[in-house]
Ligand binder design. Sequence first.
Ligand SMILES: *[C@@H]1O[C@H](CO)[C@@H](O)[C@H](O)[C@H]1NC(C)=O
Ligand SMILES: *[C@@H]1O[C@H](CO)[C@@H](O)[C@H](O)[C@H]1NC(C)=O
Ligand SMILES: *[C@@H]1O[C@H](CO)[C@@H](O)[C@H](O)[C@H]1NC(C)=O
Ligand SMILES: CC(=O)N[C@H]1CO[C@H](CO)[C@@H](O)[C@@H]1O
Length: 343
Amino acid sequence: MHSLLLPAVLTLSMTALAAPHGVQERATRNSAKLRFIGVNESGPEFGNANLPGKYGTDYTWPNLTSIDTFIAKGFNTFRINTLMERMIPNTLSGPLDSAYMDNLTETVNYITNKKAYAMIVPHNYGRYYGKIINSPSDFKTFWSTAAKPYANNDLVIFDTNNEYHDMAGTLVAEVNQAAIDGIRAAGATSQYIAVEGNAYTGAWTWSNTTGTNGKTNADTMGDLTDPSDKLIYQMHQYFDSDGSGTSETCVSATIGSERLKFATEWLRENKKIGLVGEFAGAVNEVCEAAVKDMLSFVASNSDVWTGALWWAAGPWWSNYMFSVEPAGGPAFATYVDVLAEYA
Ligand SMILES: *[C@@H]1O[C@H](CO)[C@@H](O)[C@H](O)[C@H]1NC(C)=O
Ligand SMILES: *[C@@H]1O[C@H](CO)[C@@H](O)[C@H](O)[C@H]1NC(C)=O
Ligand SMILES: *[C@@H]1O[C@H](CO)[C@@H](O)[C@H](O)[C@H]1NC(C)=O
Ligand SMILES: CC(=O)N[C@H]1CO[C@H](CO)[C@@H](O)[C@@H]1O
């Protein structure tokens, strides 16, 4: 592992990695630094009504200069949003689309050559061409094909899918397990895998929102197994009243830590580690306090929470309230340095 070249924050995480039970190792780390701090990169998943869609019209790729700006701030994790239909068109068992994958790999390599983590996430909500993925074995095939190009890149993180919802909870667990099995079968055995739950993988509803078969994520997600023992439970948390991240109004200055409470206990009880893979607040006083409060909560529960990724950056967000795209994104000036305190 590239230990000589790693920045301090990553050296710490790699030290933790080397221990068979990273959780205990990290608990002794006296620091407010988070293992993963970074941002979602949007663009390659845009225009999902047009498949495969056209580069430059329907979708785009992250701005590498912007990635440099974040790396200079100490960010070490980039969640790259993609689409399954563009990675592997027509059928889950088909071959990779080499033009789309070449561009994805260019972004991934750019990030990992700078010793940051590149998390690859199909922004598919558990659907392929709009239909719920109901064949775990086909999804396993998808992931064993998709993971193969990255099998030797330790700094890639595979995120099985963005925000499963309105599915049977047991199916969500089965497709996550299938993804894990497919990724490991591709020879990608050293990387972290982020799993996501049903109900948009919400932290605050982890234990009390049921899928179509009456099961919660707490009921179904604890039994996933990984021969490499490198699973991260990725949850999302917004601060508006319905938790969707669509309003500029945050409920209170402490809503973030309150909403993470039950998930924190679940992770601890089940000996899992978690990542807040999406969170954000608009630029106003209450949201700014809520963002700081949540990050501080995550850092002080670093035995189970490994980090937090802001939603979102990307070249096409324009004046979207949460955009931290350098340097004109409305949230850039307020929030990038707040995150950087944990880098
Ligand atoms: C990428 O970001 C740089 C610096 O902010 C900017 O000059 C450039 O125009 C951007 N490129 C694209 C394609 O948006
Ligand atoms: C890949 O990116 C290049 C620009 O760097 C673009 O010309 C090409 O159309 C892109 N292809 C795909 C499939 O995204
Ligand atoms: C789930 O429980 C959390 C924590 O008690 C609560 O904030 C939230 O409103 C509940 N959500 C639903 C949908 O019941
Ligand atoms: C919370 C949020 O902003 N979600 C957005 C995620 O990105 C997709 C497209 O990339 C949007 O459709 C969602 O609204």
